[in-house]
Design a protein around this ligand. Structure first.
Ligand code: FES
Length: 108
């Protein structure tokens, strides 16, 4: 994992180490950190493909003010992963286009 563990001015605290899935692959992150940060630490830099041109997108603002980090999280598209906290067992998927709602059958 690519993480900053010490800094001369800032102090870091992490939540519990948890597993989640990204496009079917198991990954680890820290509970409560933004999903996009966990993906970045695991080397994932592409979060979605644009609707028209299928261009790749990743981090841009990192403060929840654009749409660059939209992903499908637990079947819900258009989740701003830079401001959404990671939870144990989350299913995170690369989003293509505008995304489709794909909720588990027990929710529908
Ligand atoms: S990177 Fe801009 S909203 Fe997430």
């Amino acid at each position: 994992m690519e993480l900053i563990n010490s800094h001369p001015v800032l102090e870091f605290s992490h939540g519990e180490r948890v597993t989640f899935s990204f496009d079917g692959r198991n990954m680890e992150g820290f509970e409560g950190e933004p999903i996009a940060m966990a993906l970045h630490a695991n080397g994932v830099k592409i979060y979605r493909h644009t609707p028209e041109m299928r261009r790749t997108r990743g981090f841009f603002c990192a403060i929840g003010k654009c749409s660059s980090c939209f992903m499908v999280v637990d079947g819900v598209p258009n989740v701003r992963t830079c401001v959404t906290p990671l939870k144990r067992g989350m299913m995170v998927e690369t989003q293509t286009g505008r995304g489709k709602i794909n909720l588990p059958s027990e929710v529908v």
